[in-house]
Design a protein around this ligand. Structure first.
Ligand code: 7RM
Length: 629
């Protein structure tokens, strides 16, 4: 995989230049690092107005041959997956490439034996055990389209996703361990399946051993595996055949099933993994995400395995059995690259640093961040206490829709800048636009957009190409519009400022909520904040700020006055929130994103109309916010 990586700043600049001038030969060179049954006839065909994007047209491949089979020749005994269970007293599992290959093939045969075939949609609702990665790869092996639903989602959310894609099979488990809790996955799945007529089989992996109810369509995973062999030729796929669907929340309640295709996704996840993390053979890499999210798909499973890396899968949570668990696991497995989310860092930052210091983190070489802007305080805490000022931090900006990292430093190769995702990867043409869609030059603040396709852009929304067009390609014709705002410094570094759909018009002034939040966060007693608009008789809209304090607040009025002054000073009096509410938490998705849709309803007092809050990480804060508003 050497040819994928730029490990010097010169080779990085060269790549960037080549990619800008001649994107197609650039990507073709990268794609040659993979194993194709038949090479592509054409590198790229696209029209952002249609919209339509196709990469490596006519190419034939199977992504699992690239993630598994080809490593058997060079490194069969290399560890592919290190599984770290929820309970630290349970032994970790080390799975070699040879063993993973065998287990994936056997699972693939299990799917086939139960009627699954190329093009079928298979829903996966499983805990973070190796079988989840195996299930994903087994689907890819036979050309079935996997749709992983995070195993913290409710029965209603699961059923909606199964039905949207008309899945014919469900892979689940009896239960899941997460921290001190056991989630009864099978019982939740049973409830969902009462509303899912397309499901023909439900294969249940035994994890917790708890009692489960048994229905006529249910099969035990371990029993089914025994009936089949571990030899399963890979289905030969077209580059553009769908590999998976992954749902992401939209601005309406209905989730969007983003569709990724085989060839481009493989090329881009491997390329970006290798370059951002500067993985070297034998390194141990750990991404703390769940495979239920895109980060887990791209940077626990496909990207790392495609380059033959050792990837850690962690079943637990950062707080169990104590807030030192991440660091204990880093020390235990001698992790070299560690990739997590700012929300986790902020949670850990509140606890004594002795929980970090007591673990030997000397193996760490590279740190990564993903999911939301990393605030300065969290960045410096991560740098100091985890990285010991000795590990570059890659702040990686990307989305479910982009499939892979688009803006990030390359660890140790390109310069980092706290709170900045920094530069677009070679091959990524990022621009800033003003509200009218004009490109801004140099130092500027505006709307982030991407001008040219990259191989892992989502090709459509499952069953709703019109919505795909409307959401991503209509606001600024000719560009991919991710929905984020950004500012750019004189060196071209990007700082993502937040979602631009969070714009509130107060007395006729367009106010982005992100800069107001940034101002509030400057206060020493504010950990995190969220600002939303609510209807106001005179102003049209007014602002409601939710703030989480660092330490308990004795004098709430003093704090809110200071905060109003701070906003007035930083942005202007017009941006001063009408209401500032001190809260202990903000409603968040499981991946740590603030659910503004819910905050807007709370601010407007529409308590009966909150929608499904069961998918939240912390539904209890909703009640608290109602009580003290
Ligand atoms: C990977 C992932 C996508 C949204 C995106 C941004 C925000 C993600 C960063 C970030 C600032 C980052 N996929 N976001 N990474 N904002 N800096 N490094 O998170 O589909 O779940 O979310 O997340 O708003 O549009 S996602």
């Amino acid at each position: 995989m050497k040819d994928l990586a730029y490990s010097t700043i010169d080779s990085y600049h060269q790549a960037k230049q080549l990619a800008r001038k001649n994107p197609e030969p650039f990507w073709a060179e990268i794609a040659k690092n993979f194993q194709w049954h038949k090479p592509w006839d054409k590198v790229l065909e696209y029209d952002f107005h249609a919209p339509e994007v196709k990469w490596f047209l006519g190419g034939k491949l199977n992504i699992t041959e690239n993630c598994l089979d080809r490593h058997l020749k060079t490194q069969p005994d290399q560890t592919a997956i290190i599984f770290e269970p929820n309970d630290p007293s349970e032994a970790a599992e080390h799975i070699t490439y040879k063993e993973l290959h065998s287990r994936v093939c056997r699972a693939a045969n299990m799917l086939k034996a139960n009627g699954a075939k190329k093009g079928d949609r298979i829903c996966i609702y499983m805990p973070m055990t190796p079988e989840l990665a195996i299930a994903v790869l087994a689907c890819a092996r036979i050309g079935a389209i996997h749709s992983v639903v995070f195993a913290g989602f409710s029965a209603t959310a699961l059923a909606a996703r199964i039905n949207d894609a008309a899945c014919t099979m469900l892979l689940t488990a009896d239960g899941s361990y997460r921290g001190p809790k056991i989630t009864p996955l099978k019982a939740i799945a049973d409830e969902a399946l009462t509303q899912c007529p397309t499901i023909k089989n439900c294969i249940v992996f035994k994890r917790t051993g708890q009692e489960v109810e048994w229905n006529s369509i249910d099969l035990w995973w371990h029993e089914e595996l025994e009936k089949v062999s571990d030899s399963c030729p890979a289905e030969i796929m077209d580059s553009e055949d769908p590999l998976f669907i992954l749902y992401t929340s939209g601005s309406t309640g209905k989730p969007k099933g983003m569709v990724h295709s085989c060839g481009g996704y493989m090329v881009y996840t491997a390329y970006s993994f290798q370059n951002v993390f500067q993985y070297q053979k034998g390194d141990v890499y750990w991404c703390t995400a769940d495979i239920g999210w895109i980060t887990g798909h791209s940077y626990i499973v496909y990207g790392p395995l495609a380059v033959g890396a050792t990837t850690v899968m962690f079943e637990g949570v950062p707080s169990y059995p104590d807030y030192g668990r991440f660091w204990e696991v880093c020390a235990k497995h001698k992790v070299n690259q560690f990739y997590t989310a700012p929300t986790a860092i902020r949670a850990l930052e509140k606890h004594p640093t002795s929980l970090v210091e007591k673990h030997d983190l000397s193996s760490l070489k590279v740190l990564g961040s993903v999911g939301e802007p990393i605030n300065a305080e969290a960045w410096h805490w991560y740098d100091k206490h985890v990285g010991k000022h000795n590990c570059p931090i890659a702040d990686t900006w990307w989305q479910t829709e982009t499939g892979g990292i688009l803006i990030s430093s390359l660890a140790g190769v390109t310069p980092q800048k706290p709170t900045y995702a920094t530069l677009p990867m070679p091959g990524i043409q990022a621009v800033l636009l003003d509200n009218d869609g004009n490109e801004l030059e140099g130092e500027a603040e505006g709307i982030l957009a991407i001008k040219h396709p990259w191989p892992s852009i989502a090709r459509t929304i499952w069953g709703d190409h019109e919505r795909y067009k409307k959401v991503y390609f209509s606001a600024y014709p000719g560009y991919y519009f991710p929905g984020d705002g950004a500012l750019r410094d004189a060196d071209g570094n990007y700082r993502i400022t937040g979602r631009v759909d969070d714009v509130v018009i107060v007395s006729g002034h367009n106010l982005g909520t992100a800069p107001i939040e940034n101002a509030l966060n400057e206060h020493t007693n504010v950990v995190e904040s969220a600002v939303v608009g609510f209807p106001h008789d005179i102003k049209g809209n007014a602002l409601h700020a939710f703030v989480i304090p660092n330490k308990s607040v004795d004098d709430a009025e003093k704090l809110t006055n200071e905060l109003r002054d701070l906003v007035a000073k930083t942005i202007g009096p017009i941006a001063k929130p009408d209401r500032i509410q001190v809260v202990s938490g903000l409603p968040k998705t499981r991946s740590g994103k603030i659910m503004r849709r819910i905050l807007r309803k709370l601010a407007a007092g529409e308590y009966d109309n909150l929608g499904d809050i069961s998918t939240l990480l912390n539904p209890e804060v909703v009640e608290e916010i109602k009580q003290n508003s």
